[in-house]
Design a protein around this ligand. Structure first.
Ligand code: XLS
Ligand code: MG
Ligand code: MG
Length: 388
């Protein structure tokens, strides 16, 4: 039995804001004290994590002086090098400050849009200084509660202009960032722009440098929209756009919970891990989640260890699934091949189309065949429940 202890080779990352979460929610104050960034680095390294990610203001307070900023960055870099952690991803806090209450890149106020660009460029400088190559853009305040302002089309245009600007800045500085748009349907805004992975993929195609942009899908976000996370991730992989991933869990139809990975929907988590492993996703596996508000610091580390262990346990299940003869036989039986018809459907030619239209299909037989999904799914469940 493997012991499921993570190592940096597993490429697990956490945000400073995740293990540093103090338990504050819209109805209650913090339940845990603030833990400083160097301490979080030390603890994550001891647990076997690979890296740590951050928003600019997770490390540097928004009103810090240049000297304070430099001292905090130096201290953080020292902790990273002492404990062997890297910073693969950075992002900007464009949601906490009241200046962004009606949007950052999509604010109707040109001064706010300009401030958002300026703040993001400075946060990109910080990320580059720390070695990040992925830049996440989560538009938490890019949205509306009411559409009386009539800015829907303009907002998309302002958003596009900002992303084009930031990509050009990255290139001009030689940062080489790959940008990952993170969709979310709602919270904190009632309706956030680019609410799903599909919306973000469509928008990327309209940018000046689409090759620099991909997505950062989050389990909780697609689930909040009532959508399947594995389906969203599959579409991102298919488009060559899975630049990063935020792993956590979520009850459908609830407030944004950021639960421990696999805590609520282990079967969905299994199919997600299978997708990532089988498709050869090589990026970091980032846990964008936090310990329950009920927990003390011990609970925070139990949470972090739990995220990584669950991933490794599911990865082991993925291997067992691939080696299970009965499951593989059921999978093989599920797919029906037909060389003659596949020769006609592979490529359009007038001759193939003509032959296909003339072919006599046994429609009744197609409709009566049982594909065996009940048995296959039960085998999967038994494997997940540990009896195979
Ligand atoms: C919020 C988002 C946020 C982003 C980074 O729901 O998940 O944490 O990942 O700004
Ligand atoms: Mg989230
Ligand atoms: Mg996230």
């Amino acid at each position: 039995m493997p012991d499921f202890t993570p190592t940096p080779a597993d490429r697990f990352t956490f945000g400073l804001w995740t293990v540093g979460n103090t338990g504050r929610d819209p109805f209650g104050e913090a339940t845990r004290p603030v833990l400083r960034a160097p301490y979080l680095v030390e603890k994550l390294a001891a647990l076997g994590a690979y890296g740590v990610n951050l928003h600019d203001n997770d490390l540097v307070p928004i009103d810090a002086t240049a000297a304070q900023r430099d001292a905090l960055v130096r201290e953080f870099q020292q902790a990273l090098s002492d404990h062997g952690l890297v910073v693969p991803m950075a992002t900007t806090n464009l949601f906490s400050d009241p200046a962004f209450k009606d949007g950052a890149f999509t604010s109707a106020d040109a001064r706010v849009r300009a401030y958002a660009l300026s703040k993001t460029m400075r946060a990109m400088d910080l990320g580059a200084e720390l070695g990040a190559h992925t830049y996440v853009l989560w538009g938490g305040r890019e949205g509306t509660e009411v559409d009386a302002g009539g800015k829907l089309l303009d907002a998309l245009g302002w958003f596009r202009d900002s992303l084009n600007y930031l990509a050009a800045y990255s290139e001009s500085q030689g940062y080489g960032y790959r940008f990952a748009l993170e969709p979310k349907p709602n919270e904190p805004r009632a309706d956030i722009f680019l609410p799903t992975v599909g919306s973000a993929l469509g928008f990327i195609a309209t940018l000046e440098r689409p090759e620099l942009f991909g997505v950062n899908p989050e389990f909780a976000h697609e689930t909040m929209a009532g959508l399947s996370f594995p389906h969203a991730v599959a579409q991102a992989i298919d488009a060559g756009k899975l630049f990063h991933i935020d792993l956590n869990d979520q009850k459908m139809g609830r407030f944004d919970q950021d639960l421990r990975f696999g805590a609520e929907n282990p079967k969905g988590a299994f199919f997600l891990v299978q997708l990532l492993e089988d498709s050869g996703y090589a990026g970091p596996k980032h846990f964008d989640a936090h310990a329950l508000r009920t927990e003390d610091e011990a609970g925070v580390w139990a949470f972090a260890r739990g995220c990584m262990r669950t991933y490794l346990i599911l990865k082991d299940k993925v291997q067992r699934f691939a080696q299970d003869a009965e499951i593989q036989a059921a999978l093989a039986a599920y797919r029906v091949q037909d060389a003659e018809l596949e020769a006609l459907t592979g490529t359009f030619t007038p001759a193939n189309a003509g032959a296909l239209k003339a072919h006599a299909f046994d429609r009744a037989a197609l409709g009566t065949r049982g594909p065996g999904l009940e048995a296959l799914d039960q085998l999967t469940m038994e494997l997940l429940l540990g009896v195979r």
